[in-house]
Structure formats: structure tokens, C-alpha cells
Design a protein around this ligand. Sequence first.
Ligand SMILES: Cc1cc2nc3c(=O)[nH]c(=O)nc-3n(C[C@H](O)[C@H](O)[C@H](O)COP(=O)(O)OP(=O)(O)OC[C@H]3O[C@@H](n4cnc5c(N)ncnc54)[C@H](O)[C@@H]3O)c2cc1C
Length: 493
Amino acid sequence: MKIKSLWLENNQIKKTTKLNKNLTLDVLIIGGGMTGLNTALELRKSNLNIAIVEQNKVGNGVSSRTTGKINYLQETIYQDLENNYSYDIAKKYLDSQKLAIKKIKSNVYKYKIKCDLDRTKSYVFTSEKKEVKKIQSERNILKSMGVKVNEHYKIDGKFNCKYAISVNDTYVFNCVKYMNQLKEILIANKIKIYENTRVKKMKKVADGYICFTENYKIKAKKVVIACHYPFFLKPYFMPLKVSTEKSYIIAAKVKDYKKINYITSTIPCKSVRYYKDKNNYLIYASNSHNICNDLNNKKNVNKVLKEAKKLNLKVCNLWTNDDLMTVDKLPYIGPIEKNNNSLLIGTGYNTWGMTNSILAGIILSDLIQEKENKYLELFNPLRVNICSDVDKYLNNIGSNSKSFIENKIVKNKLWYNDSVFFENKNDKNIATYIDESGKRHTVLSTCPHMKCTLIFNEVEHTWDCPCHASRFDLDGKCIKGPSTYDISYKEDE
Ligand SMILES: Cc1cc2nc3c(=O)[nH]c(=O)nc-3n(C[C@H](O)[C@H](O)[C@H](O)COP(=O)(O)OP(=O)(O)OC[C@H]3O[C@@H](n4cnc5c(N)ncnc54)[C@H](O)[C@@H]3O)c2cc1C
């Protein structure tokens, strides 16, 4: 079994260079995932001077570890939005998701993108009697919005199903293939892409921002924060506004390819789709949880592997992924400061980032070009819903603080046997992992972002932040934000 996303297998794409000079731009896009690439694609005809900077490789972030569903049937989101806001807001969200699906289809056909896009039937199902009513309500709302919804009492034979609904006009694809080809299209359209270039901080100036990478400065009139979790605290203070949900995903070779995908209506959720290249695969995501609440990676992975065994699946790939969950279930797309259209964001997709990143591309490009967009208000990152949000903000602070304090004190020593240990040396908190060959990997054990104590992820062999999901490789290189600093440690420090 490989510990690697199936989408990143045989992923050969030409690297682009690291930034090697100062730049002056109209638009800087920070982050080369679905959000950054789709925004650049929408801007390609704008005559603006645009560049993307990516701290690792384009298309290797959260977007490379999804289940790749392009779907508007998203658990029971429409009744959640109706409860949080109104029927009209729920309907507007549905329209936005359908627009995004239309857009992705048109990109695929227009640019002849080979990304295994396939029309499949999508289900939301439950095996619990008490959930049936909720899914029935979702069916009623969708029907009233003009969607053709089918009812079922059985799905695919793999799961016990009390009740399910399905829609027909949804898709799956290989997101990494899609992003790789977007990268080539953008380069052909003279949009510059710099890889291995991390933005570490930003400064507001009269006509935009100066962004600082390790060695160079980029001055831009507009900056798009497309890096999933913003690397700065102020403005916006993201830890208050989102929680991070993590899931464990496996791929298994199966005999048949089926044109269906399904997801449960509850958390922890189970999500399934099929994929076909030289082989047929079933992809199964399970055991989703807030990262602050369940830190033992090995235990969580074992749980999913046990489920796979029960389903008779022979696992060939295993990986994890996390996404940002907003307090009201709507993404954050737009300006993050009042009266400032120079600093824009697209994030908080609540695990539905394929459609919502396409939408972010459309909305942010309209904003940059000062065009009207009817979805601007819906996704406004500065919205506050006093009725529903305040307790969730407090919840976010609560679970972050709990994870912060607990992990500082306990350091979860009991999980690790003798291969991982934490110590204080010369006033520095450090942690060491001794690998199978006996080699010692020592790092600083405090996350540079907000000073949480890191945990060792024994399955993927990374150091992970249990509060805001930054990740570092064995020797301390930051591989995922919000941290912008490494945690490397040298013995003589
Ligand atoms: C288990 C799971 C399954 C999912 N399945 C689906 C699905 O089936 N369908 C769906 O619609 N959505 C799905 N999602 C959600 C989706 O994967 C995400 O919402 C989406 O990929 C986020 O895209 P992004 O561009 O914001 O982030 P990313 O793809 O992570 O892109 C951000 C990029 O910014 C870079 N970066 C970060 N900081 C910096 C910096 N300081 N300087 C330079 N670069 C930086 C990163 O390296 C990264 O490449 C799933 C999520 C999970 C957790």
C-alpha cells in the first residue's frame, strides 16, 4: 500500500522556475491550487500583468488529495442554508454551483482538457433511521427549486441504506490532470508561474501591496489569497472563522467502474466514487473530524483500513486531506477588508472546493476587472450572521484552545513508543523521530504560526499542527501553510 494520493501517481509535469528577481504586477495570485489557477484562467484575457507564486509545485496542495466530485448535491446544504439564512439564499447557492459545473464543463471542452471528466449519478444516503427525515427534507427543497430528484432504498450493495436521494447531472474528474493542463494553458497565455516560491509576509502600500518571498519583493496592485489557509493573522483573523476538517482516503482496485458516487448526510461522513484509467478504482473517504478533536493519526487510519477490510477492498493507496469549514456553510470569496478591493480571498469551501474554486475564479476576476457579479454578496467574506455565527466563533476558539493546551502538556507521548520524543534543549523545544534505519530527525516542536505544539504523523511521516493544520516534512521543511516558516533544527543552535 502506498501512502500517496492516487491522483499524484505518475504525475509528470514540467516544473517552472523559482522567482529570481523583484516583480511589479497588476495582480499577484498566491497559491497554485484550484482557486489560484481558475482565477488566473478567468483573467487571461484581461491584459493585466499577472503572476502566480506557489510555495511547492502547482497542483500539489489540498486540491490534489480530493475525491474529485463536481457536485451540487452536497450532503444537506440547502436546508442548512435555509435554516441559517433563507430559502432564497439556498436557491442562489444552488444556482452558483450549477454555474460552476457549466463552467468546468465548458473549460474542459474548449481547451480539450484530458482530465477523465465523466457524468455520474450522485447520491446522498443514510443507514440511520433518524436521518431519513433530513434527507427527505433535502429532496423537498431541491424539488421545489426545480431539480429532478430520485428516491432510493438501496445503493451499490456496499453499504446498508435506509434511504437515499440522487440527481443525474453531476460529474467526477481527475483534478490533478485538470490542474496540470490549466498550468500549461496559463503559461501559453503569458501568465507567469513561479514554483518553490513562498510568500512570507505582506505590507500594504498606497497603491496595493508589497509581498515578500525569501529573497525578493513583489509589488502588486491586487493580491489574491488563493493559498487555502491565509499565512497571515491580520487582517481577517482566520482561526476565528474556520475549523479544519480532516478525512482519511483510500483507493482500491476493483473489477467494475460504476457511473455513480455517494456520500452520507452525517459527520463523520463516508464518501465514495469510482475512477477508471488503466485500472478501475473505488475511492473511499471516511472518518471525517475536526482536527482539534482527534489527534491520533495512526488510530484514525487503522479505523479506515478496518472499514476497507469489511468492504472487501484491497487498498493500494492511502492519504489524508483537510479542508476549511466556515461557520455558516458558505465559502469566503471576495475582499477581506472593508473599502479595500486590493486584497481578495477564495477559501472556506466546506469540502466542496471543486465547484467553489471555479466560482471563486469567476467572482474574483470580475472584482479585479470591476465588473458586476451577482454572487458577490452571497460569498462576501465580511458577512456576519449574528444569530448563527457567534456561538460557532466561540466554538472554534474553544476547540483550538483545547487542542493547543492539551497538546502542550500531554504531547501525546503514549502513542509513539520510543521512536518519537520531545525535549527541551538550550531553551528550545525540540522533537525527534528515529526512523527505521536508526536515523534521527530532529525539528523544533513548536508551530511557527501560532505556537501550537506539533504532533508526529506516524502514517505520513510528517510533523502536523493539531490546531490549524500546517505540516512539515521529517526534517522540518514547511509543506503546508498557514505557517510560512520551516522548523529545521541544527544540533549547535
Ligand atoms: C477528504 C476531502 C475530500 C474532498 N473531496 C472533494 C470533492 O470530491 N469535491 C469537491 O468539490 N471538493 C472536495 N474537497 C475540497 C477541496 O479539495 C478543497 O476545497 C480545494 O481543493 C481547495 O482548493 P485551494 O485552491 O483553495 O487549495 P490548494 O489546492 O491547497 O491550493 C493552495 C496552494 O497555495 C499554496 N500556498 C500556501 N501558502 C502559500 C504561500 N505562503 N506562498 C505561496 N504558495 C502558498 C499551497 O502550496 C497550495 O498549492 C475535499 C476535501 C477533503 C478534505
